[in-house]
Design a protein around this ligand. Structure first.
Ligand code: FES
Length: 161
């Protein structure tokens, strides 16, 4: 009789995701600030990187965040009509589609990327988006490229030293 091996799924019970949030200086960054000032609860897993416009976030920014250990990346921009640089928020939406495809090509599920439009007056929305996205990434577990990226970084360091 052949006994089947038990397959154990990796447990993500104590997993705390690292989320990088690229926030536009004019809208979502003040919204995040407003959430803090208003004492709205949102997860501490979010690490905010302020950019002058959502249109400034290239696929390279997002993929680098994953390479450096992020489990999820949020890009939060102005609403289209509010972008201070006219077309930046629209550009961010176009770039996001490309970034999703690139991420999938290297094994990162597109659910680990999120784009949203949050004005400076929408602190509540920022807290909601941050909370829901963190929960989504928590369910997905650690980024599949985290281990590979860490090993590569260590090899590079060893080569340098
Ligand atoms: Fe906010 Fe362009 S200035 S997205």
């Amino acid at each position: 009789m052949v006994r089947s091996k038990k397959t154990t799924k990796p447990s993500h019970k104590n997993f705390e995701p690292k989320i990088v949030a690229f926030c536009c200086n004019w809208c979502s960054y003040p919204a995040a600030d407003g959430a803090g000032v208003s004492r709205l609860q949102y997860p501490t897993n979010i690490r905010i990187v302020r950019v002058m416009c959502g249109g400034r976030v290239t696929p390279g920014f997002v993929l680098k965040a994953f390479e450096l250990g992020a489990d999820g990346v949020l890009v939060a921009t102005c609403h289209f009509e509010d972008c201070h640089y006219m077309f930046g928020a629209r550009r961010a939406a176009d770039v996001h589609k490309i970034t999703e495809k690139l991420a999938e090509m290297i094994g990162i599920e597109k659910e680990r990327l999120k784009l949203d439009w949050i004005s400076s007056a929408e602190a509540t929305k920022f807290a909601k988006v941050a909370t829901e996205f963190t929960e989504m990434v928590r369910k997905l577990g650690p980024s599949p490229i985290k281990k590979v990226a860490t090993n590569n970084r260590n090899k590079i360091r060893e080569g340098i030293e």
